[in-house]
Design a protein around this ligand. Structure first.
Ligand SMILES: Cc1ncc(COP(=O)(O)O)c(C=O)c1O
Length: 455
């Protein structure tokens, strides 16, 4: 029996909202109450600014409840999930051209935890190699285009963050010369991004790596690279540009790479991955053996107990889709991103500045894609700014939100033309952004612009 919310006593409703009720409530009542709140949320498929997976197929849905009850920390009791995790690491290492048949990596709760582990390994290794100079404060090179979690690593683990400015002039990515000017003997490593959160661009990884090779030849100082491939790690390997855009373990200087399984890896929230070039890149003191509960395991993670469900969903996706399935999917996303960019630019209101779909490509009718993730980041065109001086992206984002579409807006400070701030909106192309939904969303955007610019 389903209880209608209007039939509930108000004190019961309030108790459920505010504090834990002294007595439990009937299952159907709790379910009805919670559904009522949850139904007011934006449908995840229309939450167009997020990266995380919002669709699952029926078979995955059937496996998930079993997996959710298994704690990944219990190695003896649940050997299947441990095996799935190890196989995922090995599949991912292969996708990233690992030089070894016995790669070392781990599942994390997302790219944020993975970035912490990558940074911490670089810091510990630097400390181990610089024992004679314990007073020196370590520093790390971070682009202004890096995700907040990279900056968090520096703050949480007491490493000086040396920021590299980015702008339209540097193609929204780090310039190797700017990195060169900031490195020294205290540099634990360089974080580079494969698919930035804000514009989707790839940092020029091979060029930075070459510059660091040169730096080592000149100074004898060996500076490692960690790649934050939160999004690009499950995009680049499936595209034709992966041959020419060398970013992964093919570059000897790349020592560790992370990615979010719950982004383009198509797994359920929340799982990330980190893989090291070789196990020796993790200083021994960080690899802890635990023999708690049954069985022992050597792990390098920040968390202990975790649901197995996201890891199981990752394994399911790898086997269900295979290389061909991922290739098909990712290339479809990139096509849709390009089409969407053209549609947005054709309105005359917007220009796109995202990595794979930027305006020069759209304008020049060039059908090749720049390497980048299927992200559409757009701003007001010069014409729109002139014709509608009061139109702004935050009002547009709010108006679109009222129509039950979430397209977030944000300001990228100093990244615009001549160092100006750029107000942008972002659409992440995912499985549920079908051509029909895209058309519906375009109609909503245009209708909202018209409403906002009506005198
Ligand atoms: C480049 C980049 N790094 C790290 C993260 C954090 O990833 P997660 O949400 O998996 O922790 C994101 C999230 O959008 C990202 O875009």
């Amino acid at each position: 029996m389903t209880i209608r919310v209007t039939e509930l006593r108000s004190d019961v409703v309030d108790a459920l909202k505010a504090t834990m009720p002294s007595k439990g409530a009937p299952t159907s009542l709790v379910e009805t109450m919670m559904r009522k709140d949850m139904d007011k949320d934006t449908p995840p498929s229309q939450d167009l600014g997020r990266f995380s997976t919002t669709t699952v197929d029926d078979a995955m849905m059937r496996i998930m409840p079993d997996a959710a009850l298994k704690n990944i920390a219990c190695v003896e009791e649940y050997p299947s999930v441990r095996k799935f995790q190890e196989r995922c690491v090995s599949i991912i290492a292969d996708l990233w051209n690992s030089p070894t048949s016995d790669p070392f990596g781990t599942a994390t709760t997302g790219s944020s935890e993975a970035v912490m582990l990558g940074g911490l390994a670089m810091k510990s290794k630097w400390q181990r190699d610089n024992r004679e100079n314990p007073e020196q404060r370590p520093n790390v090179i971070i682009g202004e285009n890096a995700h907040l979690c990279v900056k968090k690593f520096a703050d949480y683990f007491d490493v000086e963050a040396r920021f590299i400015p980015v702008s339209e002039r540097t193609n929204y990515s780090m310039s190797p010369e700017a990195v060169r000017r900031r490195i020294d003997g205290g540099t634990i490593g360089v974080f580079l991004t494969l698919g930035t959160t804000y514009t989707g661009h790839y940092d020029p990884i091979e060029q930075v790596s070459n510059m660091l090779d040169e730096y080592e030849r000149d100074t004898g100082i060996d500076v490692p690279i960690h790649i934050d491939a939160a999004s690009g790690g499950f995009v680049a390997p499936f595209t034709s540009s992966n041959e020419s855009f060398v970013w992964d373990f093919r570059l000897p200087r790349v020592k560790s790479i992370n990615a979010s399984g719950h982004k383009y890896g198509q797994a359920l929230l929340a799982v990330g991955w980190i893989v090291w070039r070789e196990k020796k890149w993790i200083p021994e003191g960080l690899l802890l053996e635990s023999s708690y509960l049954r069985g022992t395991q050597t792990a390098y993670t920040l968390s202990f107990s975790k649901s197995s469900a996201p890891i199981v969903s990752q394994y399911y996706q790898f086997y269900q889709k295979g290389l061909a399935g991922y290739r098909r999917l990712i290339n479809r996303y990139l096509d849709i991103a390009k089409l969407l960019s053209l549609e947005l630019e054709n309105t005359g209101y917007f220009v796109c500045l995202s990595g794979s779909t930027g305006r020069s490509i759209c304008r020049e009718g060039n059908h090749n894609m720049n390497p980048g993730i299927p992200l559409v980041v757009f701003t007001l065109s010069e014409g729109a700014k002139k014709d509608y001086p009061t139109l702004d992206m935050s009002a547009l984002s709010d108006a679109v939100h009222e129509m039950k579409f979430s397209i977030p807006h944000y300001t990228i400070k100093g990244w615009g033309n001549g160092g100006s701030d750029a107000q942008v909106m972002r659409i992440v192309v995912r499985e549920d952004l079908t051509l029909e939904l895209m058309q519906k969303m375009m109609d909503v955007i245009v209708e909202c612009v018209k409403k906002l610019t009506r005198e």
